[in-house]
Design a protein around this ligand. Structure first.
Ligand SMILES: [Cu+2]
Length: 109
């Protein structure tokens, strides 16, 4: 997760594997340290990178969703606390299996 000051935006990147035999859908995301969080996708339109919101992320069986700079990511809006390198942030990801994945993300540049 990227560092940021109170009120700023930040982004988080991680990989979610789907070890199951059905498609796994990531249906939402929450971060206590941010007022709002959502999935975003970076698209390249005429040479300009632009981000669009994405409601769900589908992961095929035995595939992984890779959230990485310039691709899919979690956008955190309105940080409630400052995030500095070395901090750890807990991210809750909701899934179509009705369970919640806990991601412990290290803050770094
Ligand atoms: Cu974004």
């Amino acid at each position: 997760m990227r560092p940021g000051l109170v009120g700023e935006m930040s982004a988080a990147y991680f990989t979610v594997p789907n070890a199951g035999s059905d498609t796994l859908r990531l249906t939402g995301v929450e971060i206590d340290a941010a007022a709002h969080a959502s999935f975003h996708r970076t698209i390249d339109s005429a040479g300009t990178a632009r981000m669009v919101a994405q409601d769900t992320i589908a992961i095929a069986p035995r595939d992984s969703a890779v959230l990485a700079p310039r691709g899919l990511h979690v956008m955190a809006h309105g940080l409630r606390v400052p995030l500095a390198a070395g901090d750890t942030v807990v991210i809750r990801v909701f899934t179509s299996r009705r369970d919640t994945l806990l991601v412990r993300a290290a803050v770094r540049e």
